[in-house]
Design a protein around this ligand. Structure first.
Ligand code: ZN
Length: 548
């Protein structure tokens, strides 16, 4: 499945505002200057209006940059690349200038007492709190670091696009070594920390630490490994029916009909074609998805389109009042991914979903599915197998791919693993976890763009957190509305969508992930519902022993 660049656009966009920019007088905190407290209600109103005006400018600059990136990934001819890179960098620099402006800090200082008097969860208090957190992070990074890191990551990405197809790890080694150094330096600006990856994890999944992710992963891994083993010991599911010739236009029509039905709003969105599907946002009224159609494989575009529409529905569901502020987008990488996974895996790889949609799929593609009953199709789209490529992995083995990357990047950054030994360490780990190993580095440590196009650390754990949370949110929705599975089997998704809007989407970034999860599900993040989901679904599909 084409999951490489999924919905990173939104995530990257947010990170960019924190990490890319111009000379900042480092460590000069806004509070070093005299604070003018707004006196009286009128000046508080004026200060808030000024804060919102400044934040809207930052948001507009970032969204303008997103339009340029989207165009580059969809319609721009190759000749536009150099100028587009320059234009995007300029917009990032302007946004960062505004994000680190001392006047913004002084406004936040002045408004803080007002924010503390308001109820914690009201829009204004949340805005002051979150804008303060973003500001404090942005001013930690010196501009020369930002410029060096940005230049290195774009050179490294360009080199990777050639080195991966050529299976040339040696060419990437110096880039990766420098990336390890730059990532350690990045962490250093956020010292003190307990583990070097803590600051990066906090960027993507606020409130989590290396230790808390390790604890979560250890617990999940203990339960998951025997399930993977029991499934993979059985004959593989037959998924031949998903391969053949499926006309592109028909696939697109079918996929558009599906995501419309799920609740993706085309009045405020659209679909275009790209190489690596992603979701991006230009404003509250314009949240776009992209897709890639493989005429030889019906599953690729279908599940990838549903995945991106999950990200997009989250963004479309943020309350209108939060638009144009730092609260106006999803709260973290993991919670964002939980929404793409919920719609892609829990809903669209479920039997109920296909009770409704399979007849329609068959009428769009009568020949390939003529002799394929619903149960055989359901089994095919949930095939589990040991595989080398993370983005092609099924939902059961996927987490093992993520955990190994998480551990390897920690080893690299903490000095237990040298970059030159990475290919071997990769082979040893995947052999131990999945019982297979790649013949070359193209399908080994060169496969993911993450380590070669940005910092190392923080970007992988969100995928597995997303899987865990997808089941936890879904279970909470079912508890509130037990009729949801029956509705899905009738092609009705309103109740589920509305529950997600009201408990997750509308809050935007008002709450940190842990707060949001507890409010929505009544419990902290837990692996229980996810394991129950996997055991229920795959236990039936593969007739697993009840003791697993
Ligand atoms: Zn995603």
């Amino acid at each position: 499945m084409t999951k490489t660049a999924k919905a990173k656009s939104i995530r990257r966009q947010r990170r960019k505002t924190k990490t890319v920019g111009r000379p900042v007088k480092r460590m000069v905190k806004a509070s070093d200057k005299p604070v003018k407290r707004p006196r009286g209600r009128q000046s508080t109103v004026a200060a808030l209006a000024e804060l919102k005006r400044r934040l809207l400018e930052i948001s507009d600059l970032n969204f303008a940059g997103a339009v340029l990136s989207w165009d580059q990934a969809t319609y721009m001819p190759p000749g536009g690349a150099a100028a587009r890179g320059r234009q995007g960098a300029l917009l990032s620099k302007l946004a960062h200038e505004r994000s680190t402006d001392a006047a913004l800090g002084r406004l936040l200082d002045a408004l803080e007492p007002h924010g503390e008097e308001l109820p914690y969860d009201c829009d204004e208090a949340s805005l002051i709190r979150v804008a303060r957190r973003d500001f404090e992070k942005a001013i930690r990074l010196p501009s020369d670091y930002v410029e060096r890191a940005s230049a290195h990551s774009s050179a490294s990405f360009t080199a990777w696009t050639k080195a991966r197809p050529a299976n040339d790890f040696a060419a990437m080694r110096p880039f990766l070594e420098k990336n390890v150094d730059l990532s350690r330096e990045y962490a250093g600006y956020f010292a003190p920390y307990r583990r070097v990856t803590d600051p990066m994890i906090d960027d993507y999944d606020a409130g989590m630490t290396t230790a808390s992710v390790q604890e979560l992963f250890t617990a999940l891994r203990r339960e998951l490994v025997p399930i993977v083993g029991a499934i993979c010991d059985q004959p593989a599911a037959d998924d031949d029916c998903l391969r053949g010739i499926f006309a592109e236009a028909r696939q697109l029509d079918f996929n558009v009909a599906v995501v419309k039905r799920l609740g993706y709003d085309f009045e405020r969105g659209r679909i275009d074609k790209t190489h690596h599907p992603f979701c991006t946002k230009f404003s509250a009224g314009d949240v776009r998805i992209t897709t890639r159609v493989n005429a030889a494989d019906i599953g690729e575009a279908l599940f990838s389109t549903v995945h991106e529409s999950g990200h997009a529905m989250y963004e479309q569901g943020v309350a209108a009042a939060l638009a144009g502020t730092p609260l106006g987008s999803g709260t973290s990488a993991g919670v964002h991914e939980s929404q793409s996974r919920l719609w892609e895996n829990v809903v669209a790889r479920g039997r109920g979903f296909w009770q409704h949609f399979y007849p329609q799929l068959r009428s769009s593609f009568p020949e390939p599915f003529r002799n394929v009953p619903l149960d055989a199709f359901y089994r095919a789209i949930n095939k589990v197998q040991r595989s080398l490529i993370r983005t092609d992995a099924d939902e059961v083995t996927y987490n093992l791919h993520v955990m190994m990357r998480f551990d390897l990047e920690l080893d690299l950054l903490e000095g237990r693993l040298a970059v030159k030994d990475l290919p071997e360490a990769w082979r040893a780990r995947i052999a131990a976890d999945l019982g297979i190993a790649p013949d070359d580095d193209r399908d080994g440590c060169l496969q993911d763009v993450h380590w070669f196009s940005g910092g190392i650390g923080g970007a992988f754990q969100g995928y597995t957190i997303g899987n865990i949370l997808s089941a936890q949110f879904y279970a909470a929705a079912i508890k509130a509305h037990p009729e949801i599975p029956h509705e899905i089997a009738r092609g009705e998704f309103d109740t589920l969508h509305r529950w997600l809007v009201s408990h997750v989407y509308r809050h935007g970034r008002k709450f940190e992930p842990n707060e949001l999860i507890a409010r929505a599900t009544g419990a902290p993040m837990t692996i229980g519902p996810y394991l129950e989901y996997l055991r229920g679904k795959y236990g039936e599909l593969y007739r697993l022993p009840a003791t697993l």
